[in-house]
Write a new protein. Structure first.
Length: 675
């Protein structure tokens, strides 16, 4: 079984962030391997994944396949060393069940071997040809062509100060590099304009020229528009290299050796923090300066994401007994304290643990039900509910008190969007001012839609981020769109996220899938009958119900409120997962509400995270959680801001192009192009 799960998040030409949703596709690939149990597994990926974040991803691949029952070897291979006219370094993992060690093929080209295949011999005969499939030239603007004319063969665009003002720009990627006919090509990377410049003509390569460099025969035709062809070609494993690997594996197959006696088993892939794998084995050596504290931690969304992003978990704090049980079960190696942070003595007790110690980040989501439009705030006009007097709302100031005492370099506070409008925004402005008074002069808040960042849920959350280091607030760039343009990526959908799960079992039935918390509610017959009247992606229309279904169990008439009678659409993200026993929406095609596991998937929580307690408490924990993927993305951005010393006026445009959202001016408007 061979494959190359998308890897752009590891690429040296991409974001280099662990939180790229495409990186998690390895887990899906591994689940397929565990079920199919092929003799061999061959995986290709960018070579950066073996070193990024201390080799976290490389170790995860090896650990995962070891648990399934495979020995795993890996090697970084340059395609040019095997007769491909391209310097393309990729890491290959080979998994096998035999006790006989696999040896990768030795290079055939290079020093003291056959000479490298050069570009000129590969594509120059195509210059004057026009009737070749996929040989589509891009219509560049006159400004781009003027830049191309200044680039010598084998060179790159001169520095901006050496360019005429009318065509001045910063060079990045392969877009402004001209190939050399006498050398192998640069790596072909996917994208419409990402292919480098032809060695003699003032244009980028055509898809056919790039395909030749990738060792595809001319009879192999790529479908779709030009951009789609470029992406297919840039992502491909060179067929010549695949042939050499395939022959080596076939010879290995013919060797008669005793099989590995270790019995393979079906597993879930995402591992529990603190158990048998990363990230603690890698993170435990970090100082507290790279550590974080998770207040009001819930079941651990922030903890999981921040840890995956390379930060060391120091302590998790929450006052819920079921959350405490969840932490004990899932994160036994992490320090957890069950404490009511509304009490000053408890806050002081925690803060004293970090006296004279430098802490990197304090994160947390103080309970927000008092601010939420789904909570008592709905009754602000009808029942004279006062959100400012709700004891739960005062916990944001308890969070502030911990920041004031511990003085971390950064803080990240999460809450519902309703906080921004409470008291006409005065409460939030007061909080920001307090943070600035204690040294956090860089402090900003934004309301973010999680779907814009690869979370399969249109969940809006307010994030307040601050630092006392003077760095910019590195807001992550939106990479997913409801209505994407041709070059953009669409929202991650419910179908993409949960459709691979096995059918849920009913309470009391035996679960053989290995997937925990995937238990369907045993709904009452009338409720199921109502569900059957709810179309995919729609709400219940009470007026269209038969009379016998309009009468509820506890009230005279059935009412459609919240998300209880909302069926998800498999082709769209989910609506917000709200905590509660029955508050999860209806499955896209089953006549039941979501299981805890399905809701956890939509919160980007790993399958190995198992909430403890009765079903209702599990639902509350999952619904209250901060999406782990978003926490990881924030962790990545903060780490990069510190590592690259991104301060106001000192952030490259390339960072705003690929990783960061535009900054906010003093007038509150979002700047364009990183200005």
């Amino acid at each position: 079984m061979a494959g190359g799960p998308p890897c752009q998040g590891f690429s040296t030409l991409g974001n280099k962030v662990s939180s790229d949703p495409r990186n998690t596709l390895f887990a899906t690939y591994a689940r397929l391997v565990s079920r199919i149990q092929p003799k061999f597994v061959l995986i290709e990926n960018v070579n950066a994944m073996i070193t990024m974040y201390g080799g976290k991803f490389k170790d995860d691949v090896i650990d995962t396949f070891e648990k399934i029952g495979y020995h795993t070897d890996y090697l970084v291979v340059d395609a040019a060393d095997y007769g491909v006219p391209q310097n393309r370094k990729r890491v290959f993992f080979f998994g096998y069940m035999s006790n006989h060690k696999f040896m990768f093929p030795v290079p055939t080209h290079g020093a003291e071997l056959k000479p490298y295949k050069i570009l000129g011999d590969c594509i120059m005969d195509l210059v004057d040809k026009k009737d070749v499939k996929n040989h589509i030239r891009l219509n560049h603007s006159q400004k781009v062509i003027a830049r191309y004319k200044l680039i010598p063969e084998g060179g790159k665009l001169p520095p901006p100060q050496d360019l005429p003002k009318s065509i001045r720009r910063v060079n990045f990627g392969n877009s402004y590099k001209r190939l050399d006919r006498k050398k192998p090509s640069l790596t072909m990377v996917p994208g419409n304009n990402a292919f480098p410049i032809h060695p003699t003509e003032d244009r980028s390569l055509t898809p056919r020229e790039a395909a030749r460099i990738q060792s595809f025969p001319d009879k192999f035709v790529f479908m779709g528009d030009r951009r789609s062809q470029c992406i297919q070609i840039g992502n491909a494993v060179p067929p010549r290299l695949a042939t050499i690997l395939g022959k080596k594996i076939y010879k290995y197959l013919l060797v008669k050796t005793p099989k590995n006696t270790k019995k393979p088993k079906t597993i879930t892939v995402n591992r529990k923090i603190g158990q048998d794998s990363l990230p603690l084995s890698k993170l435990s050596t970090l100082s507290n300066e790279m550590g974080f504290i998770d207040l009001f931690s819930g079941l651990g969304g922030f903890t999981i994401g921040m840890s995956k992003g390379g930060w060391k978990p120091l302590i998790m704090v929450d006052n819920n007994q079921y959350v405490a049980a969840t932490h004990k079960h899932n994160f036994p190696s992490l320090v957890f304290m069950q404490n009511d942070l509304s009490l000053a003595k408890n806050r002081i007790k925690i803060c004293r643990m970090f006296d004279h110690k430098k802490v990197g980040i304090v994160v947390g989501g103080p309970p927000c039900q008092g601010f939420s439009i789904f909570g008592k705030r709905r009754f602000v006009n009808t029942k004279k509910y006062d959100p400012t007097s709700d004891v739960r709302n005062q916990l944001i100031f308890a969070y502030f008190d911990v920041i004031k005492r511990i003085k971390p370099r950064w803080f990240v506070m999460e809450n519902v969007p309703g906080l921004a409008s409470l008291e006409d925004g005065k409460l939030l402005k007061k909080l920001v001012m307090r943070f600035k008074q204690i040294g956090y002069n860089s402090a900003e808040y934004r309301i973010l839609n999680m779907a814009d960042y690869g979370i399969p849920q249109t969940r809006k959350r307010l994030l307040l981020i601050g630092n006392r280091t003077g760095h910019i607030i590195p807001w992550p760039k939106k990479k997913f769109f409801e209505f994407p343009k041709e070059w953009q990526t669409s929202y991650i959908t419910v179908g993409q996220t949960i459709s691979d799960l096995p059918e849920a079992v009913l309470p009391g039935e035996k679960n053989n899938s290995g997937i925990t918390c995937h238990i369907a509610m045993k709904h009452r017959p009338n409720l199921v009958a109502r569900y059957m009247h709810v179309k995919e992606g729609s709400r219940l229309n009470v007026e269209e119900l038969p009379n016998e279904l309009k009468v509820g169990y506890r009230t005279d008439n059935v009412k459609n409120y919240s998300h209880v009678y909302k069926r998800l659409d498999r082709n769209k993200p989910a609506n917000t997962m709200v905590p509660g026993h029955n508050a999860f929406p209806i499955h896209p095609y089953y006549d039941r509400s979501l299981t805890v596991r399905e809701a956890a998937r939509l919160q980007t929580l790993p399958d190995d995270l198992e909430p403890m307690g009765p079903r209702q408490e599990q639902c509350i924990q999952v619904g209250n959680a901060f999406p782990a993927l978003m926490a990881e993305l924030i962790a990545n951005c903060i780490m990069k801001a510190e590592k690259n010393n991104w301060r106001p006026g000192n952030v490259p445009k390339s960072a705003y192009y690929s990783l960061l959202d535009s900054p906010v001016h003093a007038n509150g408007l979002v700047a364009k192009n990183g200005a």
